[in-house]
Write a protein that binds this ligand. Sequence first.
Ligand code: S3P
Length: 443
Amino acid sequence: MNTDKQNKLQFQVEAGGKLSGKIEVPGDKSMSHRSVMFGAMAHGITEVSGFLEGEDALHTLQAFEQMGVIIERPGAGKLTIHGKGVEALRSPAQPIYHGNAGTGMRLLFGLLAGLRIPATLTGDESLSRRPMSRIVDPIKAMGAQVSTAEHGMPPLTLHGGDQLKGIEYSTPMASAQVKSCILLAGLHAKGKTIVHEPGVTRDHTERMLRGFGVEVQSKGLRVELDGEQQLTATSLHVPGDISSAAFFLVGAAMIPGSTLTINNVGLNPTRRGVVDILRLMGAEIEESNKRETGGELVADLHVTGAQLKGIDVPHELVSLAIDEFPALFVAAASAVGTTVVSGAEELRVKETDRIQVMTDGLRSLGVDITDTPDGARIVGGSIQGGTVDSSGDHRTAMSFAMAALISSGPITVLDCDNVATSFPDFVALAAGSGLRVSESRSG
Ligand code: S3P
């Protein structure tokens, strides 16, 4: 992350325009992290295509290189991971730096705890403020020796020790990172590990582990696996990230006259909430060429712009669209009527407090928006131009950029360097499909 206040990336976006053409977005971030982790743990060579070469997933890749795994990068989005099994993983000599990546840190914490590999995990300013007791508590309950900074925050240090014991654990919040952390610790623990969740969360860990030959049983909100299982190398393709597609879905859906096709988008049922919420708002989105690759559903999405309408977002869709709310707030600002988001308190502990950052930014653009502890109430209408601060959050930065499609004046978005964590070519792709965006450095 660029911490020099004088030299931060910013987006300048002219008002108006519409999105059109055929695009593909970069590989899914959640799956990219997992592909490196599981390939590195497996026995044999794992070939990955569609890997997201964004900073977050690259930090995970570097973590395994630090632990002695050979990973070749034979071409764009391609990895050849030479897995020699978990026995070959070495304790890293230096702390592992995860940058902005909560997924990297939380999943690796469980994985290394289960393997009893001593390590210290660190991150950037944002990650260092994110809550970690949610993973530290269950992992300690499994028998790991752990120390943390104050209030359970990073750096997190694992001290090795005795083999962990499987656990039956009910997570207090719907979180795929917490579920995955516990399952990965359970993979090398003694006995069974069972996780019960209060709501549906993304299930990429379960699906991908099965692809690596691990037995995982899921039923409703319960997931279970036996400890002491080994992974076998495989080949896998990572589809386009629906969370990155979301900015374009919203951008095209809210402007009548737009027609945009986004090919090769991952449409896992636990991730497709943004499509279903936009449809409830009146968006025209067609899914075609539906197929399955590596246990994951993929489709091409075709969006035709329309006037959206405000809705009460159904609670059951919230966790299925949790990363897409910054973009959905912009869709709500364009809609006729009021949109109410509730049950989304997890948005407050993402890379930033996304409820606060989106409320402050949209309000400064003239939107009638009120935040609540677990969401917001957004009255659609006109948006004016202005300068908004993304607060260093990739998803708020890209959402504010799309807001210029419906604004009456230009929008400048500040602090955009972290767009590179998930979407390195965002500006080029957005400009190529009709957003009047350019980038510069403050100085
Ligand atoms: C992720 C899970 C989600 C999501 C994050 C990626 C994952 O967080 O917000 O961007 O890859 O497991 P939760 O742990 O809150 O589900």
